[in-house]
Design a protein around this ligand. Structure first.
Ligand SMILES: Nc1ncnc2c1ncn2[C@@H]1O[C@H](COP(=O)(O)OP(=O)(O)O)[C@@H](O)[C@H]1O
Ligand SMILES: [Mg+2]
Length: 279
């Protein structure tokens, strides 16, 4: 038996569209152990968000299976927390009340007071202490995303799914959030799936990076992140990081159908030396 908390086995899926079926996933294999954090990268439109909907039970695959904590996913799961690129906070509720929203929707063992204590604790953990009574429009983009992270975690989900959550933020705010993510995970362990376009983000946050092929997506490449010890931004400037990023970049080029093999084959080493010498 597999130990995986999330197990996606041989998933195939096509959307029915006006112009016929659009195959999106074809042979997807993803396995995440309890407490693991997997990043999924791949070309735009290859099926990454579709994968997150399958894990959350928001849709069923045509073929294959999705398992969560030893049971097959057949309907929406409240034990999955989700955060997206656009935080979608409700303007008529305070930040605290936005974070508490899932507790009003999904069953919880927490009393009202416990829920509120937990929300305040999470907000403090992400550096939003003192902003509990503000409205979303009074916060910066990075702060709103931090609040949305607290909302995704409030009901102690078994799985946290992050679909390009930091994509709209500037580079420095994004790096701040990466560090906050590590601090949150240390205090509030979760099993995570992070969809991202940012390869640095993938190796900074995840312990494994899965590269999906172009649509219909299959699991094309799996990279185990080789950093040791607690991660700091400095890790991203090491030779190990450069090597991992290079590997991932190459895999993305293959997924996009513009692999260097094809371009490199145009000029051999001798051709290039010759061209260098001529020009
Ligand atoms: N509900 C839907 N009906 C039809 N096509 C869809 C639907 N959702 C997504 N698609 C299409 O399926 C493909 C994969 O979508 P998505 O999973 O959102 O990709 P990604 O998140 O990797 O960019 C895209 O071409 C998208 O246009
Ligand atoms: Mg998407």
């Amino acid at each position: 038996m597999s130990e995986a908390l999330i197990d996606i086995k041989g998933v195939r899926h096509a959307y029915q569209t006006a112009s016929g079926p659009l195959p999106v996933l074809d042979g997807l294999e993803v396995s995440v152990p309890e407490g693991g954090f997997v990043a999924v990268v791949g070309p735009s439109g290859c099926g990454k968000s579709t994968l997150t909907r399958l894990v959350a039970g928001l849709m069923k695959p045509d073929e294959g299976e999705v398992w969560l904590h030893g049971s097959k996913v057949t309907s929406p799961r409240s034990t999955v927390g989700m955060a997206f690129q656009n935080p979608v906070l409700l303007e008529w509720r305070s930040i605290l009340k936005n974070v508490l929203l899932p507790l009003e929707i999904v069953p919880t063992k927490l009393s009202k007071a416990e829920g509120e204590d937990r929300a305040r604790h999470l907000l403090k953990l992400v550096g939003l202490e003192g902003f509990e009574d503000k409205r979303p429009s009074e916060l910066s983009g990075g702060m709103r995303q931090r609040a949305s992270l607290c909302r995704a975690l409030i009901h102690q989900p078994e799985v946290l799914i992050l679909d390009e959550p930091f994509g709209a933020l500037d580079a420095f705010t994004r790096e701040d959030l990466w560090q906050i993510m590590h601090a949150v995970k240390a205090e509030e362990p979760f099993t995570g799936v992070l969809i991202t376009h940012d390869l640095r983000e993938s190796i900074f946050l995840a312990d494994q990076v899965i590269v999906l092929s172009g649509r219909p997506a299959r699991t094309q490449y799996v990279l185990d992140v080789a950093f040791e010890g607690p991660r700091t931004i400095d890790h991203l400037y090491t030779p190990e990081a450069a090597e991992m990023l290079n590997t991932l970049r190459h895999q993305i080029e293959i997924a996009q159908g513009r692999a260097p093999e094809t371009t490199r084959r145009i000029f051999s080493v001798h051709d290039r030396l010759f061209l260098h010498w001529v020009f």
